[in-house]
Design a protein around this ligand. Structure first.
Ligand code: GLN
Ligand code: ZN
Length: 769
């Protein structure tokens, strides 16, 4: 018999209940107890939705982030948060976002706010985690209360629960040393606390614990491999069965190590690592459970169950009870439930599976393997028809697009002149001061804006009325920027619900869900559009808004576009052709938009690529191929313009240091990039790499409601000016302002503009420090 289980379920709720609960608590509109109760209700609901499985995850729920949860379980709280003496949940939010609900902070006499924990992307996903901060003297102290409470809850419901935790080695690896000390020195202390945790879980009745060590699918060096050995040898004495869990790729050279760590079971990615499964079985000791991740937790396409079954049958025969099946990774990277979709094209809907449907697929596989394919005949036939319908659908191909791709020539990705020459032409035309100020694009998305958009989308508001409402938002935004005396203005992106969906909706080849939300960080969710077919741009997408904004001011207004690589990485993308080819199709559509903006008189065009780094393969051996086609796609989209047109790009919330050469190859005139949470650490990259063009290192952390102090911003820019000549520096926030409120944005930008003015006075000093 095969055993079915799940690694993690989306916690945000099918209707984003958790998001709304969190935000209402932070705004002081509901109580902490209400929020805690909501958490409990969601956990129960999610277990119910998974109850056809044999083992259900416990502890995968999180109020903000699972890595931060682990930090708290380990009693690992950076010093600057330690003097807070309020409720633990409020302390947790302070680490996550710099502050908790105002009331809670007032009660704990802590109204100042504090620098939030740094945030970065979880492997190659768009999920962001709070980075653990280590120092040589970091100590740990077990607090198992969250896991024990949730285990108890699951027991009361009669659920077979399997606690889920991040493994100590991955936890250490993903954290950051704040004082330059060797993180691995902390491992013995960490092992001790984890061992105590495993004992506690066993005592509370857990038979299995899922310990995630996803770093096993990355290029780890010998000290880290040794750390894995040391750790799991130490856990041998713990009275609980460990399911060592890996995901997001194949094990490759780590296969032997993973197969032979002394644990009861190993979970591997049976999709990305499918080719290595048979040899892996050969490497494993005879007693060990092998859990295969055979349902794709990274996309929304229905699994070809018949093909999967054919592959699994001989493996099941060989392994018998030793075979477990699951999705290949946690399902937090896909939306909750396809059956709630009422507006999706019915043909396309058949091709898809969200978390709930994926678990159903898993159940069908389990039934067929355990009781014979005939027992699941109807479900298998239905699945076969869906797979065939997608493969043969005429809606997927478009000859126009394919012939445009076939006639591309290499010069299309090349600017007419090099940066130095372009810069002269641009400077003459734009006449910007030293340390020019700008923002990243979006301004606060107020409830009124959302409401207006909703009314328009549901047909309750006429198109003209909608346009007028958006124009008045644009005007508000331009007026505010004029008053603030910013140098390069933006229209504010009021008309955009989301930077990818907005463009996807205007392109052919895309479909949209209504509730296909996926958590991005904390309470933030994104709704990746579904890219199912060849891409085509029927008409200009942003030109009218940009021109309207430009008509209101003499200062330059940036045209705002989402780049092809980000369109790709933030969509659920078709898996029937190479991603590089799909990206090229997107690039052609964006290129046409860039040229239309230029023709309409927009002098500066920003093409955002925040997700460029995210698509980087985890393995170095595959990285250069990716970077090559990604850079090519960006260049294809951007570089058809005249010298006088200034191209900006923007990136955020990733490690950029190691891809600087690729970023330089984009050949954008200006890049604005997030750096403020990591204290300008990004700039270290410039010690080794001489970035040739202009750069705006972000100095306002837009994820925090805190208003940045002017002197702090000046300080950060002076730090930047040590590495990059002052005449190539821009002054801007980390990212778009859409999640902030106007009363936060105005004083923050005011401080930023004043900082820039002060820097201009310091010019001589700054450039020579
Ligand atoms: N232009 C976008 C904005 O300001 C960029 C968002 C992003 O980088 N994620 O919202
Ligand atoms: Zn950004």
């Amino acid at each position: 018999m095969v055993t079915l289980h799940n690694l993690g379920f989306p916690r945000i709720g099918a209707q984003r209940e958790l998001k709304f609960g969190l935000e209402s608590y932070w705004k002081g509109q509901s109580t902490r107890d209400e929020l805690k109760l909501l958490g409990q209700r969601l956990r129960h609901q999610h277990w119910q939705q998974q109850n056809q499985l044999d083992w259900l995850p416990v502890g995968d729920f999180s109020f903000y982030d699972q890595v931060l949860d682990m930090s708290l379980t380990l009693g690992h709280i950076p010093n600057r948060f330690r003097d807070f003496n309020g409720d633990a949940l409020d302390q947790y939010f302070r680490i996550a976002r710099g502050r908790s609900a105002l009331d809670a902070e007032q009660q704990a006499r802590c109204v100042e706010g504090v620098a939030a924990g740094e945030m970065t992307k979880w492997f190659d996903t768009n999920y962001h985690y709070i980075v653990p901060e280590f120092k040589a003297d970091t100590s740990f102290e077990l607090d198992a209360s969250r896991l024990l409470t949730e285990l108890e809850e699951s027991k009361k419901l009669g659920i077979r629960g399997k606690p889920v935790i991040i493994g100590p080695v991955s936890y250490l690896y993903l954290g950051k040393s704040k004082d330059g000390s060797d993180k691995l020195q902390l491992l013995p202390r960490l092992i001790e606390v984890y061992a105590a945790l495993l004992h506690e879980l066993a005592k509370a009745g857990a038979q299995w614990v899922q310990i995630d060590e996803p770093i096993l699918v990355t290029d780890i060096n010998n000290p880290w491999r040794h750390a894995l050995e040391q750790t799991y040898h130490n856990f041998k004495a713990c009275p609980i069965k460990i399911l060592l869990t890996t995901y997001f790729g194949a094990l490759q050279e780590n296969a032997w190590l993973a197969a032979n760590l002394p644990v009861a079971g190993l979970h591997v990615d049976g999709i990305a690592g499918r080719d290595e499964i048979l040899s892996l079985i050969g490497l494993m000791p005879e007693f060990k459970i092998l859990s295969l991740g055979v349902i794709n937790g990274r996309n929304i396409w229905a699994t070809d169950l018949n093909a999967t079954l054919n592959w699994l049958k001989p493996i099941a025969k060989r392994l018998g009870n030793r075979l477990w099946l699951a999705p290949n990774c946690s399902l937090i990277h896909v939306p909750v439930d396809l059956s709630l979709e009422t507006n999706l094209d019915s043909e396309i809907q058949h091709w898809l599976a969200f978390a709930t449907q994926k678990l159903n697929e898993l159940h069908i596989l389990g039934t067929a393997l355990n009781y014979g394919s005939e027992t699941a005949a109807d479900a298998l036939e239905k699945n076969r028809l869906a797979i065939v319908s997608r493969r043969e659908s005429r809606r997927v191909t478009r000859h126009e697009t394919q012939s445009a791709i076939n006639t591309l020539c290499t010069t299309m990705g090349q600017r007419q002149s090099n940066y130095a020459q372009r810069n002269k032409v641009q400077q003459k035309q734009l006449n910007l001061p030293l340390f020019p100020t700008t923002t990243i694009g979006s301004f606060p998305q107020t409830p009124e804006i959302r409401k207006t958009r909703q009314l328009w989308k549901s047909g309750q508001l006429k198109h003209n009325a909608y346009t007028a409402a958006m124009q008045s938002e644009i005007k508000r935004c331009i007026d505010a920027q004029k008053k603030l005396d910013l140098d390069v203005l933006v229209h504010g992106e009021a008309e955009r619900n989301d930077m990818v969906e907005y463009f996807g909706e205007q392109l052919e080849g895309y479909a949209f869900s209504q509730l296909g939300w996926v958590q991005s960080y904390g309470s933030r969710c994104v709704k990746p559009p579904i890219l199912f077919g060849d891409i085509h741009r029927p008409k200009a997408m942003t030109v009218d808004w940009a021109c309207y904004a430009q008509s209101l001011t003499n200062k330059p207004v940036k045209g705002m576009l989402t780049g092809p690589v980000t369109m790709l990485n933030w969509s659920f993308v078709r898996d029937d052709q190479a991603r590089s080819l799909t990206c090229k199709q997107l690039a052609l559509a964006i290129r046409a938009e860039v040229l239309d903006l230029e023709k309409a008189g927009i002098q500066i065009i920003q093409i955002d690529e925040p997700a460029l780094r995210e698509g980087l393969p985890l393995r170095q051996s595959q990285q250069s191929a990716y970077l090559q086609w990604a850079v090519e796609a960006f260049r294809l989209s951007a570089n058809g313009v005249q010298d006088a047109t200034q191209i900006h790009t923007h990136m955020c919330y990733s490690e950029f240091n190691d891809i600087m050469p690729a970023i330089a190859e984009l050949d954008a005139d200006v890049i604005t990039i997030e750096t403020s949470r990591s204290d300008m650490e990004l700039l270290e990259a410039f010690d080794h790499f001489n970035y040739p063009n202009e750069i705006g290192p972000g100095i306002y952390d837009i994820h925090s409601p805190n208003i940045p102090a002017k002197c702090r911003m000046v300080e950060l820019m002076i730090k930047a000016a040590r590495r990059i000549p002052a005449n190539r520096l821009w002054v801007n926030p980390d990212c778009g302002l859409k999640t902030r409120q106007w009363d936060e944005v105005i004083p923050a930008l005011q401080a930023m503009v004043t900082a820039a003015q002060e820097l201009r006075g310091l010019e001589y000093d700054a450039a020579t420090v």
